[in-house]
Each structure stands twice: as structure tokens, then as C-alpha cells.
Design a protein around this ligand. Structure first.
Ligand code: SF4
Ligand code: SF4
Length: 380
């Protein structure tokens, strides 16, 4: 947790110029200064100074923030809004317990065994077609068991792969595709069984994730690059392992071995969605385009409005459903206007949020690495 004095110093770096306001999705929707980055920073400063109470109204404005950090990217004074938001949430957490949904999610993600059981449970529910009764139930692909090591034939390097809670249950295909692509390029892949949740949901709730951090530090000890497929988890892991962690697409664009790869052409329109975690935190949104452009005949274009968050934002889609839906609607309109065959996104949370409805039934929502792997011969 950030010390109160440090937090106050960081809020003091905001000169209230307002240049971040046009980039803030919640300000855009409510037109309320209190739902803008500048407003939230000044409110937090006032709470820290004791000028206003830490009450429900303050918490409501902080709760509505997506922590997309689009404001941070726009700020000419480099105010670290993410640090302020995390500190504010930890401060709020001393006054209010986490919601039941958050508590359940955190218990689940901290236990690999429980997660596995949930994955099999979801798969069973899908097989029984229970999503007709429970509409928000995600489609669950087959559950996989991971080996500790996937050796490349002629190794040119070694990497570790971070599985992630949601990805391991709901996006095992992209994880398997990542192993396939890395092996084909000559990279041996290690999957430490002691790795755990990235702690992103804990951070979002204002809780400490130091126990999870410690476990991941131990699981990924050594100098090997650590790769992740979900940019939401990646943003947290980059903070934890700044010298080692890389988004999978960013690593692959710089990797060697592509000269020997033959792709099956794909005559299709691929629209790229840029998750906020990939744009504003990992700052590697261009790598998905570079990868996808390797596919012959593919028409790879950017989704208009990529600078605005889709509303998924970790547990936000569950805790702030009204705003999450408004922001999702903006994305749906843009996807429908561009009419792609594929919508490529590098974050499982965004994928689930965008797919949560009937509007995009005709569009395949995939991770860029899964698409590229398929054109290299990978089958799930
Ligand atoms: S956060 Fe940055 S851009 Fe926004 S008002 Fe403060 S100084 Fe200006
Ligand atoms: S993190 Fe996103 S939602 Fe929160 S104040 Fe910044 S731009 Fe607005």
C-alpha cells in the first residue's frame, strides 16, 4: 500500500489543467467533474487532507473509475493516476469490506484446485446447455492439463508462460496456441505449476496481493523471460517483474525463427481491439498488428475508438454493470460498422465482456496469437 504522504505528494503533482478529461470514459458519459481524473485526484487529495469525509459519495466516484489509465497516458505532467487510484482504493478498503462478488472471485482465483473444479463445472454446464437458463455463463472450452516443460526441437531460447486464472479456465486454446507458436520458433516453454493468480482483482478491490506476489516471484525465479497472454494480468505482472515480464505478442514480434514459417492465407477482415491494459500499461498495442499482418491476404485494421475502454475492466463489468454496458455499446456499434470476420483482442476480460450478448454472434472474437497459430497449422 502506498503511504499517505506519498499519495498526497502524487495528488499534488496534478496541476488541474484538465487535458486528461477528454480521454476519460466516465467523464465522457456523465459530464461530471467528480467522475473525471482531475476531479477524482482533487477529491482524494481533499480526503487525505481531512477537508472532506471519506463518505459514500466519494467512494461512488472512485468506484465508477475503470482504472483504464487513459488519463495517465494523456497527462503532460506524468501524474501517476494508477498509483493514486490504487492508494485511494486501499484507503476505502479500510472503511468498507469488499463486495460478496469480489470476495468470491478472490477466493476462487487464489486456489488452483477450486479454479480447476470451476472450469470443469462450467464445461459441464455448457454441455448441459445451462446458458439458456443462466445467460451470463461463458462458453467454456475443454480444460487442459499443463506439462512443466514443452521442449522445442532445435532450441534457440527458453521462456516461461504465465497461465492466468480466467485464461486457464476459459482460454486454454490460446495458451496451447502460444506453446505451439513458441515451440515452432524454437523456444522451449516452461509452465511452473506453483504459479498463481496475478493479484489484479485484489488490487482492484484495494486488498493486498503480497502473498500471491511472493508465490509468483518464487515460481518465476531466474532470468528467463516470463510471457503472458492476457494483458490485464500482464499489467500487474509487469509491475511485479519489470525486467522479465513481456506480453506474448510483443515477445513474438521480436522473436527469431519466422523465416522458416509458412502461413495458410486467410482472406478475412480482422479488426484489432486494443485493451487499455495493453495500450496504457504494457504499451505494446502495436505488436498485435505486426503479428496478424504476417498472415497472407488478411486485412488487418484498427477498431475505431480504441482509446476508450470497453467497460470490461476486471470485475468492473460485474460491480458497475450500467456503465460497463454503456461503454460496451460504443464498441458494439464500432464493430458492427466495420463488419469484420474476426475481432482480435489480447485480454480475456475484454473478450468475455464483448461476447456477452447476441450482437457479435457472427464475429469470431479471438486472441491474436490463436489466430496466427491456426494459420501455422495449430488445431485446438
Ligand atoms: S492529471 Fe494531468 S492532465 Fe489531468 S488535470 Fe492533472 S495534470 Fe492535468
Ligand atoms: S483511469 Fe480511466 S476512468 Fe479512471 S479517471 Fe482515468 S481515464 Fe477516467
Amino acid at each position: 500500500m502506498v503511504a499517505t504522504l506519498d499519495l498526497l505528494t502524487e495528488t499534488g503533482r496534478c496541476v488541474a489543467c484538465g487535458l486528461c478529461l477528454p480521454y476519460c470514459p466516465t467523464y465522457h458519459k456523465t459530464q461530471s467533474e467528480a467522475d473525471s481524473p482531475r476531479g477524482r485526484i482533487l477529491l482524494t487529495q481533499a480526503v487525505l487532507q481531512g477537508a472532506i469525509p471519506l463518505n459514500e459519495r466519494y467512494m461512488a466516484h472512485m468506484d465508477l473509475c475503470l482504472t483504464c489509465r487513459a488519463c495517465e497516458r494523456a497527462c503532460p505532467n506524468h501524474v501517476e493516476y494508477g498509483v493514486i487510484a490504487d492508494g485511494a482504493r486501499a484507503m476505502i478498503r479500510t472503511q468498507r469490506s469488499a463486495s460478496l462478488a469480489h470476495k468470491l472471485a478472490m477466493i476462487l482465483v487464489a486456489s488452483p484446485k477450486l479454479l480447476k473444479v470451476t472450469g470443469f463445472g462450467l464445461r459441464l454446464a455448457n454441455l448441459l446447455q445451462l446458458q439458456k437458463i443462466i445467460p451470463r455463463l461463458p462458453a467454456t472450452p475443454k480444460q487442459r492439463r499443463w506439462e512443466a516443460i514443452y521442449p522445442a526441437n532445435k532450441p534457440r531460447g527458453e521462456v516461461s508462460l504465465f497461465l492466468g486464472c480466467a485464461s486457464s479456465v476459459l482460454d486454454g486454446d490460446t495458451l496451447a496456441a502460444s506453446v505451439y507458436v513458441l515451440n515452432r520458433l524454437g523456444y522451449t516453454v516452461h509452465i511452473p505449476s506453483t504459479q498463481t493468480c496475478c493479484g489484479g482483482l485484489h488490487q482492484q478491490a484495494g486488498d493486498s496481493a503480497s502473498d500471491l506476489d511472493q508465490r509468483n516471484q518464487l515460481a518465476f525465479a531466474g532470468n528467463m523471460p516470463v510471457l503472458g497472454i492476457a494483458s490485464g494480468c500482464g499489467a500487474r505482472l509487469l509491475d511485479l517483474m519489470p525486467d522479465k515480464f513481456q506480453d506474448i505478442s510483443a515477445f513474438l514480434t521480436k522473436a527469431e525463427g519466422w523465416d522458416d514459417i509458412v502461413f495458410t492465407p486467410l482472406k478475412a477482415k480482422i479488426v484489432v481491439h486494443e485493451p487499455c491494459s495493453l495500450r496504457n500499461m504494457l504499451k505494446s498495442e502495436t505488436s498485435a498488428y505486426s503479428l496478424l499482418k504476417l498472415i497472407p491476404q488478411a486485412d488487418v485494421v484498427s477498431l475505431p475508438g480504441n482509446a476508450q475502454c470497453c467497460g470490461g475492466a476486471g470485475a468492473y463489468m460485474l460491480t458497475q454493470p450500467a456503465m460497463a454496458q454503456k461503454l460496451r455499446n460504443d464498441k458494439i456499434i464500432q464493430v458492427q460498422k466495420t463488419a469484420p470476420n474476426y475481432l482480435a483482442t489480447s485480454n480475456i476480460g475484454c473478450n468475455l465482456h464483448l461476447a456477452d450478448g447476441d450482437e457479435l454472434k457472427q464475429v469470431k472474437i479471438v486472441h491474436p496469437v490463436l489466430l496466427i497459430a491456426q494459420q501455422m497449422g495449430f488445431t485446438a
